[in-house]
Design a protein around this ligand. Structure first.
Ligand code: CA
Length: 405
């Protein structure tokens, strides 16, 4: 026993670990059962076995977070309090024997069934950067941009968990000589985004008012909206992205509950013109997140080199907040479903080194990035690994990584 009377075999869980408690789905080596787990620093607490013995609600015994996400804030809060009690109360510790596993020793899976996937375009700096590259002679912002959060519906069936290999996409593209060809993308890119996961559904035909819409949100993930720029540029007019985006999207294995980002809520930048009443901000739902993109090439991996940081930016000045995006999404009566994934759009800042995509960082591929080992990248190449990381103050968001094959 240590001085606090705890058995030494049980791990110490710090306040910081508890503040960053996130939910995911894992399997143990040699086992088939998918288990819901809570991440506590370097450890996973097996919530499935605790649900099996009635220490936690039944939905946590399921192979995904779906049922738990549909329970709503009362059960989410109560579950969190019970987990905190179990891991901090010496009397409860004997019930946790065998329930902790090192996070490095388990296999992570997609944490929830992705229902609908929506991607917005809400970073002013990103929209301006891209507008200048794609439409150099026109106003970089479309006429509607400051009136509504532009978005499109993506492909939920190709959302994959962090760590999954990304198959190299092929598609149709317009060649410089005016011919049209089909083949592997030559302008493969990443997009740094923040995703929000819907817990409680809403009813068809009933728009969710902006002051209530965040009650539907379960948590936050990082999102890499992989993009084939050559395919996208040829196909996207007039209906928006299609095959240039739908081949794969990576999300974090760990979903950080919305409560965990409460300390970093900010109002967001002022909006001019003022949005229409149904999109007007009622509460501060900007989030002061620190975001980072790292790149590790196949050569860097074989040399044992650390990944290179190629972007450091923030989320606080995102023009449209998630509450505005969700109010807009349901304003026509469309409903929310448990498992909906709502992504922010690429997050970029105004300065060099703050670009959330290679398209912006390399000005459309014309100014390649120089990596520390001397390699250059205009766009991604086979074997490149992209690692998205984020923090909400002292709390880490789950990383979203993927290697393009
Ligand atoms: Ca995107």
């Amino acid at each position: 026993m240590d001085v606090a009377g705890r058995p030494l075999s049980l791990p110490d869980v710090s306040d910081a670990d508890l503040a960053g408690l996130a939910y995911g789905v894992f399997t143990l080596s040699g086992e088939q059962r998918r288990r819901v787990g809570a991440r506590l620093g370097p450890l996973v607490l097996d919530l499935a076995v605790l649900a099996d013995t009635d220490l936690l609600p039944d939905p946590l015994a399921a192979p995904t977070l779906d049922a738990f996400m549909a329970c709503g804030p009362l059960i989410w809060d109560e579950t969190r309090r019970r987990i905190e009690h179990l891991v901090t109360s010496p009397n409860a510790h004997r019930r946790l024997d065998g329930a902790f596993h090192p996070v490095d020793g388990v296999t992570m899976h997609l944490p929830f069934t992705v229902a609908d996937y929506v991607d917005f375009y809400s970073s002013l700096h990103h929209a301006v950067n891209v507008g200048r590259i794609l439409r150099p002679d026109a106003d970089p912002l479309p006429a509607n941009w400051r009136h509504l959060p532009i978005g499109y519906h993506g492909r939920s069936g190709t959302v994959v968990v962090s760590g999954a290999e990304i198959p190299w996409p092929s598609g149709q593209r317009l060649e410089p000589d005016g011919t049209v060809t089909f083949g592997p993308s030559r302008r493969l890119d990443f997009e740094l985004e923040v995703g929000f996961v819907i817990g409680i559904p809403s009813r068809l035909g009933e728009p969710v008012p902006i002051e209530r819409v965040m009650e539907h949100v379960f948590g936050v993930v990082l999102v890499n909206d992989w993009s084939a720029r050559d395919i996208q540029a040829w196909e996207y007019q007039p209906l928006g992205p299609f095959l240039g985006k739908s081949f794969a999207t990576t999300i974090s294995a760990w979903v950080l509950p919305l409560d965990a980002v409460e300390p970093v809520r900010v109002s967001g930048p002022s909006q001019e013109p003022e949005p229409l009443p149904h999109l007007r901000r009622r509460e501060p739902w900007g989030l002061d997140l620190d975001l980072k993109v790292k790149l590790r090439t196949a050569r860097m991996r074989s040399d044992g080199s650390e990944p290179a940081t190629i972007c450091e930016t923030g989320f606080a000045d995102q023009y449209w907040t998630v509450a505005q995006q969700l109010a807009h999404l349901t304003s026509n009566g469309a409903s929310l479903r448990t498992g909906d994934l709502v992504a922010s759009g690429t997050v970029s800042g105004p300065l060099p080194g703050q670009a959330g995509s290679l398209l912006e960082a390399t000005r459309g591929g014309t100014e390649p990035l120089e990596l520390p080992d001397g390699e250059e990248r205009a766009f991604l190449e086979p074997g490149d690994e992209v690692i998205l990381e984020g923090r909400a103050g002292a709390v880490a968001l789950g990383a979203a990584t993927g290697i393009v094959a």
